[in-house]
Write a protein of this length. Sequence first.
Length: 308
Amino acid sequence: MARIVFMGTPDFAVPLVEAASTLGELVAVVTQPDKPKGRGNELSAPPVKAWALAHHIPVWQPVKIKTGEFEAQLRAVQPDVAIVAAYGRILPKGVLDAPRLGCLNIHASLLPKLRGAAPIQWAIANGESETGVCLMQMDEGLDTGAVLARRAIPIAADETGGSLFDKLSVLGRELLVAELPRFLKGELTPTPQDHAKHTLAPIIEKSNGELDFTKPAIELERRVRAFDPWPGTFTRVDGKLLKVLKARVVEGSGAAATVIRAGAEGLVIACGQGALAIDELQLEGRKRMRAADFLAGFKVEMGKQLGT
């Protein structure tokens, strides 16, 4: 039975660590340190840690992974392979070489597209028609290793970051269950990536959620879906934060970021190309509501400009 170390942190990785535990002897789970969360800033355990503790698997949470101490700890348990899924750190060469068969990553895109920290959200934001998951050999680059196997799915017209996150987590589990046994038997052939065709999926900050109405409406509508549930999308009205929760592309024109219609159709904002109808929103200090209900109690004049 193969000795497996699993490295992962968020909810996305939980189905994968569950799968890894059925495919060999899971000797350790590596995850990021607990972090402050919520208004009280109380330390919160990563979802993968919570799963491992519930199943009595040793948990390691190294603060630093490039000092050599973690590499020595990893070598000491003599793993055959390390499975990495959304761990959140780039592994140094010593760590990559510690398992007998190296480290494998489950990456949530169709490589070489969307290398980096946030491939799920950027697949939607960039208007991709499909995405998927890859099982790849890890090297010292950013998601640059050879691909061992992949699975693809279409991106639905109403896909959100949250819904695609769930789909790819399940797809990643299916890929791992089907292909890791074949890898361990030496039956998979690595396929080098075409580096000339790579694109990036950089880490997402809260500032990425601010809507720039000089861009085409279709790009903004994709962002509203891509950044749901986090970091969300927003603009400002009369200096107050206005969260944009649901929106669609409609016909219309005018100066970018100005209100061109407001009523039963929603709050319609002119964009660099076309217009964006906001269907659901949340004004700072108020609850989430339909735009039509919001407009019944909050007067928005035609021509009002949104933004900072």
